[in-house]
Design a protein around this ligand. Structure first.
Ligand SMILES: *Cc1c(COP(=O)(O)O)cnc(C)c1O
Length: 467
């Protein structure tokens, strides 16, 4: 029997990895020279690599392992479902209990009249569904000209051609012919980097009003929807000023435009509520879900859709679906994951206990000489590295140079923290304890010290001149 073991020597695994494995979002040649860090086991918030290091996972994998690693209940749910019914589809008028129960549970948890679920295998797939669904909705309503979708620069909505076009990552758009037509981007509410002399409140309003300008430029009769993450995740954990979302909501209502809230990161407790839309006080027509839905134990995503849209779409045939829409094993695991989040009080802890504890400690990082701002909601946070706090200056070195150095120091100190440009971000498993939060902050502080020393050594503590 073929068996995968973790007993192969690290160098051998790295050589094979470099020889045959193409990595997502990775410079292949650079990785080949250095060799990947190989993760072999994980438990709670702790990863173990092939050299036996215990690493604190400050990113919950890729923002997804909300209940932490090593939950036997999820293994058991998968095992049970796999022996009973490992696969059946949900096309052509068939169904199965895991998909039915999961849809019911999501309808209970989701706010307002978001009562219907279309399943996908990932967040990217779900956003592709959303793009087709909102256009189909308006077509069925007799307004076929409503095709345009407005999004934001530096948004992340996935990596397929549709979802990558909805996203606002210029580096992604530069490869492979994106964005596709009829998708438009406005500037993001990133006050630290782009707010200039405005107060955060003024800036939030100004950035929200870009939506109104764009709608008027395109003509409201041509705009189907606005898509946004309640809090941008992969863009660097950008928490919008308080004035932003209320103004966006007003504009969408006024012009009759649908809101797709991409909850792939914000959902399932990350912000201290079941959904980021609740934390930000917004009322979407569709929510995109994935990641924390199954805590990453199996791939599953979907769209939670309002009764109005579901009814209009349901009155026709929606020529759309994925082989693995509502996959029974993934659905069974997701359902069990939702039970754990609920019954273990994990969402409550993020709101009332460990969440506030992490927030207080994390904000303390602003006392470090390299750290300009530290912002955090629930358990997603970011710090802006800067050579000059008062002017909120960027570094003279190309964006990401300093962030990369800091991330490497974190790695060396057995802490996973990611960098987005020169912002450092965290999104730990939601089960992280107070003692583990202390360790996270200590390791972050040490890494910042080492990064600071390295920047001085390399002469990189220089501010870019104002543009
Ligand atoms: C990760 C992510 C996606 C894409 O999900 P995949 O499962 O990687 O396809 C979409 N939206 C947001 C906000 C994400 O963070």
């Amino acid at each position: 029997m073929a068996q995968i073991t973790n007993s192969m020597p690290t160098a051998e695994m790295q050589a094979l990895d470099a020889a045959h494995h193409m990595h997502p979002f990775t410079h292949g040649a650079d990785l080949g020279k250095k060799g990947a860090r190989i993760i072999t086991r994980a438990d709670g918030v702790w990863l173990t690599d092939s050299e036996g290091h215990r690493i604190l996972d400050g990113m919950a994998g890729l923002w997804c392992v909300n209940v932490g690693y090593g939950r036997q209940e999820l293994v058991d749910a998968a095992t049970r479902q796999m022996s009973e019914l490992p696969f059946y589809n949900t096309f052509f008028q068939t169904s199965h209990l895991p998909a039915i129960k999961l849809a019911e549970r999501l309808a209970q948890l989701a706010p307002g009249d978001l009562n219907h679920v279309f399943f996908a295998g990932s967040g990217s797939e779900a956003n592709d569904t959303n793009l087709r669904m909102v256009r189909t909705y308006w077509e069925l309503k007799g307004q076929p000209s409503k095709k345009a979708v407005i999004s934001r620069w530096n948004a992340y909505h996935g990596s397929s051609v549709g979802s990558g076009s909805l996203g606002g990552m210029k580096g992604m758009h530069a490869q492979g012919g994106m964005p596709i037509p009829d998708i438009h981007h406005i500037d993001q509410p990133n006050w630290w980097a782009e707010g200039g002399d405005m107060s955060p409140e003024e800036f939030g309003l100004a950035r929200a009003r870009l939506l109104e300008e764009k709608i008027l430029e395109l003509g409201p009769e041509n705009v189907a929807a606005f898509i946004a993450e309640p809090v941008q995740g992969a863009g660097g954990v950008i928490i919008p000023p308080e004035t932003y979302w209320p103004e966006i909501s007003r504009i969408l209502k006024e012009y009759g435009i649908l809101l797709i809230a991409d909850e792939v990161i914000c959902g399932f407790g990350r912000t201290g509520n079941w959904f980021g839309s609740q934390t930000m006080g917004i009322e979407p027509d569709i929510m995109t879900i994935a990641k924390g839905l199954s805590s990453g134990y199996l791939p599953i995503g979907g769209s939670i859709v309002s009764s109005e849209i579901a009814q209009v779409i349901g009155d026709a045939e929606f020529n759309h679906g994925y082989t693995y829409s509502g996959h029974p094993v993934a659905a069974a695991v997701a359902l069990e994951n939702l039970r754990i989040l609920d019954e273990d009080g994990i969402v409550d802890a993020v709101r009332d206990r460990t969440g506030p504890y992490l927030q207080k400690k994390f904000k303390g990082l602003t006392e470090h000489p390299l750290v300009g701002e530290a912002t955090i909601v629930g358990m997603m946070g970011s710090i802006a590295l800067t050579p000059d706090k008062d002017s909120r200056a960027a570094f003279e070195a190309e964006s990401g140079t300093v962030g990369y150095i800091c991330r490497e120091r974190c790695f060396a100190n057995d802490l996973v923290m990611r960098h987005v440009g020169d912002r450092m971000i965290i999104s730990p498993p939601l089960v992280i304890s107070e003692a583990e939060i202390d360790t996270l902050i200590e390791r972050a502080w040490t890494s910042l010290d080492e990064c600071h020393a390295e920047l001085k050594r390399q002469g990189l503590m220089k501010a870019a001149r104002a543009a």
